[in-house]
Ligand binder design. Structure first.
Ligand code: FAD
Ligand code: NAI
Length: 467
């Protein structure tokens, strides 16, 4: 007799485990199937958490070497890479153990193994030793996440030709690192290894870094990165990677074709995006529709074309972000419990955890122009913010985009220290359809970096005080 549940979630990443917890809170008998030994998915094991631990540690290392002296702190930092990697592993362990505790506390039944949907309402779990078990359920949520995109003909060995996963565990700092892709991973991990001593070149297919991000912000960040020592080859593609002595020889050519050249390096990090991970789930046999980018098609309730099968997170359309997956997990659990779960996909913040940080929510100027929406811009530089001056973190600015007619905030873009935290108030005000005037009239503590957000909102009506 098969075990029977109200809900089986396949995949215990931020989408899946959060969905399972919310469903259990709402009284659904819930199981979760995970093929990895630990919970937390890409984000906790090989994504958000380890990359942020390394970004934090490497930033302090660089600051200790180059920033402390001017504050009157004399130190000569020495890198202990093994300890730094152990610090990162401790961050992973603390987080994945936390999820295990929460699943237990919420009485969610765990199954370790690969899940496959053999029919609507039926999930087969195969463990590593090959034993198989069948579970029955009213609903299934697919939350199997994503995998790294590959360059055709190039295999990862995770020591010299690496994906982001290898980039979180290099046993020594490479003298030369070539990063393919000037997206989020390339810039975050490129920054980590540059701070630790690598000479980093980033090759990008397009003629700009961070496609999709507000152009002015991306341009400004590129200039700061160049000052920090990153070098860029934009409008360029990698056509081959070969061995050259103990290193690698990478053949580059202009994206639109033309004369090739070669560059020698020690390690190549390929970070050209991620693809939904939906192999082996039995989707084709069930007739579950996917789009041309292998993303599972769902309706407004996150349900696929097959009744009772739902999907959330990186396997469906939208930004591949942990908090987007989590909010979808909560929404679908509430829908399954008969409530009105909903995600406002227009207000999903996006953060890049480099120095300075970059954070945005809502529309970019390019998107507003393309949509023919009239807008007003309010900008305020951190150079004119008291706290930033005191901390000497004056790089960057805040930009508020407001509807030219109604003053409603349509987008907020921040480049600067602590942008990852500053963006939250922009998301809240946008969630309440607030105006630049609302933000401008909200009292902000002094001295804080958040005053720059207020001043940018004031600048929409050309009345910033400290400019
Ligand atoms: P995942 O986290 O990928 O989880 C899916 C889970 O399903 C995995 O544990 C997998 O083992 C399991 N699974 C797959 N198939 C099966 C199966 N058949 N049976 C059982 N289990 C299965 N996002 C942010 O928002 N902020 C960041 O700072 C950030 N940093 C990142 C850094 C890196 C280096 C990377 C690679 C990603 C980063 N991301 C970040 C993206 C973030 O990790 C993903 O958007 C997020 O993990 C997606 O959550 P998910 O639940 O959809 O899938
Ligand atoms: P990405 O989509 O952010 O960037 C990939 C870059 O590679 C793009 O600039 C693209 O134009 C370029 N590219 C594609 N093919 C190429 C080629 N053949 N040669 C050269 N350049 C090429 O993808 P990335 O950085 O791999 O990250 C994947 C996803 O993981 C992100 O989109 C994001 O959703 C998530 N992530 C989020 C983070 C955060 O929130 N801070 C951190 C890291 C990852």
């Amino acid at each position: 007799m098969a075990d029977t549940f109200d809900l089986i979630v396949i995949g215990a990443g931020p989408g899946g485990y959060v969905c399972a917890i919310r469903a259990a809170q709402l009284g659904l008998k819930t199981a979760i199937v995970e093929k990895r030994a630990t919970y937390g998915g890409t984000c906790l094991n090989v994504g958000c958490i380890p990359s942020k631990a390394l970004l934090h540690a490497s930033e302090l290392y660089e600051e200790a070497g180059h920033g402390f002296a001017r504050m009157g702190i004399k130190v000569s930092p020495e890198l202990d890479l093994d300890r730094m990697l152990a610090f990162k592993d401790e961050a992973i362990k603390g987080n994945v153990d936390g999820v295990a505790f929460l699943l237990k506390k919420n009485k969610i039944t765990p199954f370790h193994g690969a899940g496959r949907i053999s029919a609507a309402g039926r999930v087969e779990v195969t463990t590593e030793d090959g034993s198989r078990q069948t579970l029955e359920t009213r609903s299934i949520v697919i939350a199997t996440g994503s995998d790294v995109a590959r360059l055709p003909g190039i295999e990862f060995d995770e020591t010299r030709i690496i994906s982001s996963t290898g980039g979180l565990s290099l046993a020594e700092v490479p003298k030369r690192l070539l990063v393919v892709g000037a997206g989020v991973i390339g810039l975050e991990l490129g920054s980590v290894w540059r701070r630790l001593g690598a000479s980093v070149t980033v090759v990008e297919y397009l003629d700009r870094i961070l496609p999709g991000m507000d152009g002015e912000i991306a341009k400004s960040l590129e200039k700061i990165f160049i000052k920090q020592g990153l070098s860029f080859r934009l409008g360029t593609k990698v056509s081959a990677i070969g061995r050259a002595g103990s290193g690698l020889s990478v053949t580059l050519e202009p994206a639109q074709g033309g004369t090739q050249d070669k560059i020698e390096t020690d390690v190549v990090l390929i970070a050209i995006g991620r693809v939904p991970y939906t192999d082996g789930l039995g989707l084709d046999e069930l007739g579950v529709v996917r789009d041309n980018r292998k993303r599972i098609a769902v309706n407004g309730q996150f349900e696929t074309n097959v009744t009772g099968i739902y999907a959330i997170g990186d396997v469906i359309a939208g930004p591949m972000l942990a908090h987007k997956a989590e909010d979808e997990g909560i929404a679908v659990a509430e829908i399954l419990a008969g409530q009105a779960g909903h995600v406002n996909h227009d207000v999903i913040p996006n953060v890049i955890y480099t120095t300075p940080e970059v954070a945005s929510v809502g529309k970019s100027e390019e998107e507003l122009k393309a949509a023919g929406v009239g807008y007003t811009v309010g900008k305020f530089p951190f150079l004119a913010n008291g706290r930033a001056k005191a901390n000497r973190t004056t790089d960057g600015f805040v930009k508020v985009l407001a509807d030219a007619t109604t003053d409603r905030i349509l987008g907020v873009h921040i480049i600067g220290a602590n942008a990852s935290e500053l963006i939250a108030e922009a998301a809240v005000i946008m969630e309440f359809s607030g105006s630049a005037e609302d933000l401008a009239r909200t009292c902000h503590a002094h001295p804080t970096l958040s005053e720059a957000v207020k001043e940018a909102a004031m600048a929409v009506a050309k009345r910033a005080i400290h400019m």
